[in-house]
Design a binder for this molecule. Structure first.
Ligand SMILES: NC(=O)CC[C@H](N)C(=O)O
Length: 390
């Protein structure tokens, strides 16, 4: 590869997508210049691109938006689910245009550039999505070079050398590095914080952050809890030192089996305490692993804001926000776990509860952001079940 030379792109192309199988799509780069390598997936939400880009669960992924006009409402300081974007980049159909929205403070392409994220427009996203649907989510690289010079063999080598999400623990790279309390914002108190916790009548939820979205904490607080956040590597003793009334396992990126290597023993010990526990997405998968179920890499994953899920207790359909590429294999759930929700797209597991412990979890995102609010009730169900510390 050493002597491979950059080649000039076709007229007007300043960006390119190179898939590990050698397929190439030329487009126009925007945002930061450079390269990003990861799994190329697609997302069907029509709105909420900033929330999607900042969702830490998207670490390691390049998002193809199926909605053709992305960027129309610009960027603002509110529609973020973490301080920084975590998705590596975006692939879109149309060029980003001047925003038209009263909340916009910045163009999307400028926001992408400021946060060192690469965008690629002018791609036939419909064809790419069909390719992902039929062939699974491929590894690939996007490159943005304003001079239109690309070293295709090198890009191909990068795409092929990327190991893939399977076996990858990414929670460790996006989790918080300290522990803090959450109250509509963030205050960092560091360890020793347990002595400052006021008894104010609200149940105390200790959240383990594997890559949590802000709107989960907002919803827990709205449902009446006070929330403390601990890093993904928190030990049983660190969780218990905060005297939790409830324990929350967050969403997050990567392969649950890899994160489970350190998370599962802690979750198993926490289950023994019989303190109520709630998990979302990666947290749901980790709870599954903790009770002996298996997780598997899905063919193409579920990413969108209108995924129908059937609630088995009463047959109601919840329209949900989803973002996952791994799933709990329902047939491997133990007898002590009752499936509570299934995806109406493919019948895959979308939630379960334990029959011998006060613990439940869902594969989808009840906090939405973006997406419908059908499942907000789960936060009330969880917080409402917590005994208030005397
Ligand atoms: N949103 C999430 O928590 C994603 C969980 C896991 N990383 C998956 O892709 O399935």
């Amino acid at each position: 590869m050493a002597d491979a030379k950059p080649i000039a792109a076709p007229e007007g192309a300043t960006g390119v997508l190179v898939l590990a199988n050698g397929e190439i799509a030329w487009g126009r780069g925007f945002g930061a210049e450079g390269e990003a390598v990861g799994e190329v997936c697609f997302h069907t939400a029509m709105t909420g691109y900033q929330e999607i880009m900042t969702d830490p669960s998207f670490a390691g992924q390049i998002i193809t938006f199926t909605f053709p006009h992305i960027g129309n409402v610009g960027a603002n300081a509110d529609d973020i689910e973490a301080e920084e974007p975590h998705a590596l980049g975006m692939i879109v159909r149309e060029d980003v245009t001047t925003p038209s929205n009263f909340r916009s403070v910045e163009r999307l392409d400028d926001w992408m550039k400021r946060h060192d994220r690469i965008g690629l427009s002018g791609i036939d996203t419909r064809a790419l999505t069909r390719r992902i649907r039929s062939g699974g989510a491929p590894n690939g690289v996007i490159s943005h070079r304003a001079d239109g010079m690309f070293d295709i063999p090198l890009l191909l080598q990068m795409a092929r050398a990327w190991p893939g999400l399977e076996g990858m623990d990414l929670a460790i790279s996006v989790t918080t590095d300290t522990h803090y309390g959450w109250e509509g914002g963030v205050w960092r108190l560091g360890f020793g914080y347990e002595d400052d916790l006021e008894e104010d009548g609200r149940p105390h939820v200790v959240a383990i952050d594997y890559g949590a979205k802000h709107n989960i904490y907002r919803n827990l607080v709205k449902a009446g809890a006070k929330v403390s956040v601990l890093p993904a590597t928190a030990s049983f003793d660190q969780v218990m030192a905060l005297k939790p009334d409830g324990i929350f396992l967050s969403n997050g990126p990567g392969d649950p089996a890899a994160t489970g290597e350190y998370a599962v023993p802690v979750i198993r010990a926490l289950l023994e305490t019989r303190i109520p526990l709630f998990g979302i997405c990666l947290g749901h998968q980790l709870l599954g692993l903790a009770v002996g179920a298996e997780t598997t890499k899905m063919f193409q994953g579920h990413r969108g804001a209108n995924h129908p899920v059937k609630r088995l207790s009463d047959g109601a359909v919840e329209i949900t926000s989803m973002n996952h590429g791994f799933a709990v294999v329902s047939s491997t759930l133990p007898e002590t776990a009752r499936e509570t929700h299934v995806s109406l797209f493919d019948g895959s597991n979308a939630g379960f509860e334990l029959t011998d412990r006060p613990a439940f979890s869902v594969q989808y995102h009840p906090e939405a952001s973006p997406g419908p609010q059908d499942s907000f009730y789960l936060f009330e169900k969880f917080v409402g079940s917590l005994g208030v510390a005397a």
